[in-house]
Design a protein around this ligand. Sequence first.
Ligand code: FES
Ligand SMILES: [Fe+2]
Length: 352
Amino acid sequence: MLVTRQPVLRRFWYAVMPMDRLDAGPQPFTLLGEPIVLWKKADGSPAAVRDRCCHRTAKLSRGFVEGDHIVCGYHGWTYDCSGACVRIPQQPDLQIPAGARVPAYHCAQKFGYAWVALEDPLVPLPDTPEENDPAFRRIHQMDETWNTGALRMMENSFDTAHFAFVHKGTFGQGDQPKPRFFELRETDYGFEAEAIVPINNPPASHRITGSTEPTTTRHFHNQWHLPFLRRLGLAYPNGLLHNLYTAATPIDDHRIRLIQWLYRNDSEADCSAEELNAWDRRVVEEDRVILESVDADAPVDVGRRDEQSMLSDRPGMIMRRRLLELLHAHGETEVHGWPSAAPSPERETAPC
Ligand code: FES
Ligand SMILES: [Fe+2]
């Protein structure tokens, strides 16, 4: 699926950057192939419009903020958060042309991040039960670009079959390739996935798991939120909760902005944010390397048989079905860059 060619994906909220980045002035971002600029208004809330001045196309992200407005750095045309030009400094006594405006987008802040929906969102911004629970602290973990597709990143989160291979350097049990299956419950937003998985607990993760045993278990309480947000809820036997939220925000058809934050129900003294981030960095880095090797254009119409699957791929297959249903419900079909891969007789009998 080429995400930039599926208009319905413009109708979801995406986390695009930490709010504090906007303290340095207007910031550019590319969302679903669309160049946008974000800035912080006087009350601290974010705004987003297209990153192209309607005068001579300069990038507004090269301009500056003045009160609630963004000012183009070329000739000073000034825009409000609705995208309307409110000032042309060279001709203050003339009426501003009605067409002097740029497209504006839905923009809000939540969990310390700026979120953008390019068109009217189909569902509200997500909630997390941990956010207002005093038992938890929130830790910002990641904000970086990956050369992969958003669906690829999402299905990886619910794929227990890769632990023994991709994560054998951290928690994966390399001698146990047969995966535990998730118990899946579909919801209006996507699905919940629960599983108990034995893991290795090397010394480097003892303070993360709160255990010095050589192995332990993770009780996963995961969620997938259409289209590209996941919750990875990890419960350890001692009651420690390590709940990750990851947005795979589609920059374009081949890249995502990976934004991840963590809730822990312990204290900084128990395990510092620095230690937690360092451990999760090791694990996520293992995923990044393999996910940057796959084709970013993941098919959602499995009837095309572009890929073969196994039993543990079921979460990813549900994602494909739900995404395809979403496209169809909005009058779209999948746009993809794959050649037809239906097997020919020659291919089926070809030697390895
Ligand atoms: S290009 Fe922006 S004011 Fe001229
Ligand atoms: Fe992984």
